[in-house]
Design a protein around this ligand. Sequence first.
Ligand code: KG4
Ligand code: ZN
Length: 349
Amino acid sequence: MIPERCGQVSAETIILGIETSCDETSAAVVADGRRIMSNIISSQVPVHQRFGGVVPEIASRKHVELINSVIRQSLDTAGITFRDIDAVAVTYGPGLVGALLVGVSAAKALAYTLSLPLIGLNHIECHIYANFLINPPELPVVCLVVSGGHTDLIFIKEHGNYELIGQTRDDAAGEAFDKVARVMGLGYPGGPLIDRLAAEGNPAAVDFPRAYLESDSFDFSFSGLKSSVLNYLNKAKMRGEKIDKADLAASFQGAVVDVLTDKTVAAAVKYGVSTILLAGGVAANTGLRRELKRRAEPFGISVRYPKPVFCTDNAAMVACAAYYRFLRREFAPLTLNAVPGLKLGADTY
Ligand code: KG4
Ligand code: ZN
């Protein structure tokens, strides 16, 4: 059933986006997919920090506590009421099932009571669309999505048309950052901490392995690198040697960045695109941004990435991705459910 209001033509399409797939409770109001009227993010990082990672049950409970006030704040900040909204959008997978369910239930309740279209989105799709906020790039593009749970290389020919050309065979890039930071005793989340330390270190200090896999493969693997860092730390401990944490961070980050940038530029050349997009939490990494630009430039390929606040989880990217589905009239039924293992391009509705 398509609710009545979705056929109306208004000056701008105003979408309320909701994001609860992991440990950020977020709601945003975005007009026409690019004018950000509000983007409220309530981070649970301090709650999970003492456990060294996200505790799913605690994340769900916190989302329940926060969701209503976060949505309220997103409307107040945007200076609108529920009556001004044209559609409600929500991430329904992949992610933690209990966390996703909170956002999905809130979005369905709003869509039903306000008679608005409901738009269900893939979290990876939302990360990609963080690049379309403010100043949308032209398609086709190759996008590298690097987050805590994913490392995907995607060819995007047109809106809604995704071809997965490579992915990690084990750990995600962000996961590797977080695990290495933990064994180095840096804290959680590890990515930003390693990024900061790496800026002061020598990337050539330790020669960590780079997993390129088969020569024609765009897949990634980070578990070997993670084990190498662990072995390096254990050996140093056994020998009683002092470790230069900045050098270690820079060498680890350099190994991750080398493989990510080499494969992404090779994919962009193979697919004949003139733009590379970076997306996901690890897209905030300063070394990755810099290196990717440097290596893509000689091929005449430009590199674009969102502001750091739109790289990590937020609802503005949800509302932005939803706008393009709104234009295609791709609305979800009110039976929409959370799908923790949702694959990109494999929507369940
Ligand atoms: O996209 P995101 O917020 O959540 C997921 O969908 O997973 O990504 C979180 C990940 C964490 O692993 C975090 O350590 C990493 O992004 N991250 C970074 C940086 N900022 C966040 N990794 C490297 N450098 C950064 N500056
Ligand atoms: Zn994410």
